[in-house]
Structures are given as structure tokens and as C-alpha cells.
Design a protein around this ligand. Structure first.
Ligand code: ACO
Length: 437
């Protein structure tokens, strides 16, 4: 990483010189890693909105221009013949796979698509209405019990083996959690099917009737997974890196990523979007009332699927998903009224000064749910689908950190604002009026 001129920090009569690091596209970062050592000062950046926590060569985003690239390749270039497995390989191993590498990776996925029967049995002990994200996080964590040989991965072969297990089994776990919720028998993976077709087969085939996927739907699911595959240092990826920085294994780190992704301000937003659109469709509120509620500062409601910490322009993923919705519905027999409502909300928001001034545009979650609905995927599985797509990104980011000899445990500082020093009071002498938190 090249260094340019130094930044000079002057505090009173103290003068501290700090290196400036320069990224590929000329973006500059003041390296404050020695600031405390040199000056006794720490920096304050709650929610880390202005802090680069790592150097990374995986994903590039220009939020002002709406650019997203995986390993330098613009995501628009993956849309023609979308192949999620190819993209997963690219993100994790840093280059597009050649034919041999792709077929070896695909074989590894096929060989690892089954779950240990011990794990499968556990689905029978989960309540039928259990949230699928809770199941996914727990099951990914439990893979560590059945694949203990991968708790440490120090060579490239083991890494490929564990990555293949995770990427393959996550889809089986997801499909089984859906089958369990429906009281349907588990459908085992079919080794002849490609990744996305196999997932839909496990979700929707019946013992007496094979689900047949159309090329449009298979492409659309590949596209959804690709568009979610990585997004640099977002909340769940940061979680995966934080857990991984303690040298925790890949299963535990990715399980933690699932938990972070579950939140409605992050991956859970795709569920909130559909619930919002359904409420409008059912007459619970009009599109105009929805926009007004989102602008009302006394109301915690937000226009879900809008706004982004990094994008201050149209999220390029939302643009592609919107076009994919149009394409998929052109081939289907039915229309989805929620698509019309989404279009209307977008139109109203993009013409409204509140959204214009704050540069709030549709994000990836605004149209993804409508596309998943077109495939028959129920709303409570949307965030699970996001997790399936994001898994290669988490693995790539975990690997990049793991392979970096300079990586240290992630351990931020704080600015303590509590009491100075208090005396311990025995229980019998304590005031009863003290508030209990
Ligand atoms: N609806 C209404 N107002 C919004 C929205 C929204 N969706 N998003 C941001 N704002 C407002 C904020 O209230 C704030 O207003 P203020 O300046 O008057 O206080 C201003 O826009 C700036 O927003 P921040 O909260 O500072 O943005 P932040 O970067 O912290 O949050 C986030 C980004 C969480 C995505 C936010 O835009 C949001 O809550 N969106 C809705 C949830 C959503 O769609 N999440 C998915 C994001 S994509 C992903 O994680 C995969």
C-alpha cells in the first residue's frame, strides 16, 4: 500500500505526524494505528462510519457514483449468464476459476451437500414456527461439531474443503428449515442439479413430484445470490472478521455473521420491505402515508429498502434487481401487485425533498423480495437467501484476514464516561429506591 504525504495533528503544543495510506482509486486514509502511542490520544468514531478497519482487495464500492466491483469486475458483468459458484470462487480465491478449477469446486460442493444425519435429526426438535435465521445460525455453528478436522485451517486444500462444505451445506440447512416449518418431508439434494436448481428442488419437490426449475428462475436466483455475495465491511462482515480475529473457526465466525444479518437495519430489511408493501396493498396505509410516516421524526418507522451508509446514489444492485423483476414477470403467467406499489413508492420518494436532500435511494433489499416471491420463496426465508448469497463474501473476508500475518485481534477502545470510583455497599445497607436496569 503506497504512502503519500503525512497528516499533521496539532493538539496544544503537541505535533504528531501520521502516515496517509492511498488506496487503488486514490482514496486516502490517515493511519492512526500509532496515535495513542505517540500522543496518548484515541480517536472517537461511534458506529465506525469514518473508519477503515482493514485494507482489502476483495470488493470495491464507490457509493457516490453507485459502483460495485468484485475483485475489480463490475457486478453488471456477472448478469448476462449469472453463475453464483463462479463468483463465489472469484471472491474467495481472488481470480476467476478456469474450467478445471470450476469443475473441481463444483464437485466439492456436490460431495458435501448432505448433512450429517445427527444434524438432520435436530430439525425434529425445533418448534415448527422457529425463525429460519435462528435455525441457520445454530446449524452453521453446529457444523463445527461434525467437522472438527476444520477447526483449524492452515493449508489451501483444507481451506477449499471447509469453504465448499459451508457453501454447499448452507443451502441444505436453509431448505430443510423451510420443509420442517411446513411439516413436509426432507428432500435430499440431487447431485445432478446445479447449485440454485438443487436449492429450489430441496425447497419445493415432493416425494411424488419433482420440482422443475425454468431457466429464467434459475438465472434469477443465481443473480440474487451474486448481488448479495459481498459488500465489503458491512455489519455482518465486520462481525465475521471480529469473531475470526480471535482465531475462532470459520463455522463459528459465519454463524455470528448470520446473527448480525438478521437485524432489520441490515439483511432483515428485505422482510420489512415486503411487509410494508403488503400493508399498503391490503389498504392498511397508502403509499403517500407510508412516505409521510418515514419522514416523521417522531415515528421510528423507516422506508425500508431505502438508504444506505455507503451509497449516496442508486444502489447498483437495486437497479439490476428491478430490471430482473421486469424480466421474470414478463415470462410468468401472473403479475405481482407489490411490484407496482414498489415502483410507486420509489417514484414518490425520489421526487421528495426529504429523500433527495439525504440522498436516500433504493438499496438491494427494495426489489430482492419481490423477485424471491416470484420464485415461490416465502417471506420468512428472504434473509436466509441473503445469507446463502453472502456466505462466499464472509468466507473471502475471513480468509483475507486469516492469511494476513499482520492481523491482530479486533479490540477497539472507548471513551469512559461513567462514575469515577465508588465504594461497594453491602446488600443490607443499600437504598431500596435505587433503579434496577
Ligand atoms: N427512511 C427514512 N429516513 C431515512 C431512511 C429511511 N429508509 N434511511 C435514512 N434516513 C434518514 C435518517 O433518519 C437520517 O435523517 P436525519 O439526517 O434527519 O437524522 C438520514 O436519513 C441519514 O440516515 P442515517 O440513519 O444516518 O443513515 P445510516 O447510514 O446510519 O443508516 C441505514 C443506513 C441503516 C441503511 C438506513 O438508511 C435505514 O435504516 N434504512 C432502512 C433499512 C434498510 O433498508 N436497511 C438495509 C440496508 S442495505 C443492507 O444492509 C443490506
Amino acid at each position: 500500500m503506497p504512502e503519500s504525504a503525512k497528516a499533521v495533528l496539532v493538539v496544544g503544543d503537541q505535533r504528531v505526524e501520521l502516515p496517509i495510506l492511498v488506496g487503488t482509486h486514490g482514496e486516502r486514509a490517515i493511519d492512526i494505528s500509532r496515535l495513542r502511542e505517540l500522543s496518548g490520544l484515541v480517536t472517537y468514531d461511534p458506529s465506525l462510519a469514518n473508519t477503515a478497519i482493514t485494507q482489502s482487495a476483495i470488493t470495491y464500492i464507490d457509493g457516490d457514483q453507485g459502483i460495485l466491483r468484485y475483485r475489480g469486475i463490475p457486478i453488471e458483468q456477472f448478469t448476462e449468464k449469472p453463475n453464483f459458484i463462479e463468483v463465489a470462487y472469484l471472491l474467495i480465491f481472488g481470480h476467476l476459476p478456469n474450467k478445471t478449477e470450476l469443475s473441481q469446486f463444483s464437485e466439492a460442493l456436490t460431495e458435501n451437500e448432505l448433512l450429517h444425519e445427527g444434524l438432520t435429526q435436530q430439525f425434529y426438535h425445533i418448534p415448527l414456527d422457529a425463525p429460519p435465521m435462528a435455525i441457520l445460525s445454530a446449524m452453521l455453528s453446529q457444523l463445527a461439531c461434525y467437522h472438527q478436522e476444520f477447526l483449524k485451517v492452515e493449508d489451501p486444500e483444507s481451506f477449499l474443503a471447509v469453504a465448499a462444505r459451508l457453501i454447499s451445506k448452507v443451502r441444505t440447512i436453509a431448505a430443510f428449515s423451510y420443509r420442517r416449518s411446513q411439516g413436509l418431508p426432507f428432500i435430499y439434494p440431487d447431485p445432478h442439479l446445479r447449485y440454485c436448481a438443487n436449492f429450489l428442488h430441496m425447497m419445493f419437490s415432493l416425494p411424488y413430484k419433482q420440482y422443475i426449475v425454468t431457466p429464467e428462475i434459475e438465472d434469477a436466483l443465481n443473480l440474487v445470490f451474486i448481488l448479495h455475495a459481498d459488500h465489503e465491511q458491512n455489519c455482518s462482515t465486520m462481525t465475521v472478521r471480529t469473531v475470526g480475529s480471535a482465531k475462532a473457526n470459520l463455522f463459528a465466525s459465519c454463524a455470528a455473521g448470520v446473527s448480525a444479518l438478521w437485524g432489520p437495519l441490515h439483511g432483515g430489511a428485505n422482510v420489512e420491505v415486503i411487509q410494508m408493501l403488503e400493508r399498503i396493498y391490503q389498504g392498511g396505509m397508502s403509499a403517500e402515508e407510508c412516505i409521510a410516516a418515514a419522514k416523521d421524526k417522531s415515528n421510528p418507522f423507516r422506508l425500508y429498502g431505502f438508504g444506505h451508509r455507503i451509497y449516496k446514489n442508486y444502489d447498483p444492485r437495486a437497479k439490476i434487481l428491478k430490471q430482473a423483476c421486469e424480466r421474470v414477470f414478463a415470462n410468468l403467467q401472473h403479475k405481482d401487485p407489490l411490484l407496482d406499489i414498489a415502483r410507486k413508492l420509489e417514484e414518490l420518494a425520489l421526487a421528495d425533498p426529504y429523500f433527495i436532500e439525504r440522498k436516500l435511494y433504493p438499496n438491494v433489499d427494495f426489489y430482492s423480495g419481490i423477485l424471491l416471491r416470484a420464485m415461490g420463496i416465502p417471506t420468512n426465508m428472504f434473509t436466509v437467501c441473503f445469507a446463502i448469497g453472502r456466505l462466499p463474501g464472509w468466507i473471502a473476508q475471513w480468509k483475507e484476514q486469516h492469511d494476513n500475518p499482520e492481523s491482530r485481534i479486533i479490540r477497539p477502545r472507548q471513551l469512559y464516561i461513567g462514575l469515577v470510583e465508588e465504594k461497594y455497599v453491602p446488600l443490607a445497607e443499600r437504598q431500596t429506591s435505587q433503579r434496577i436496569f
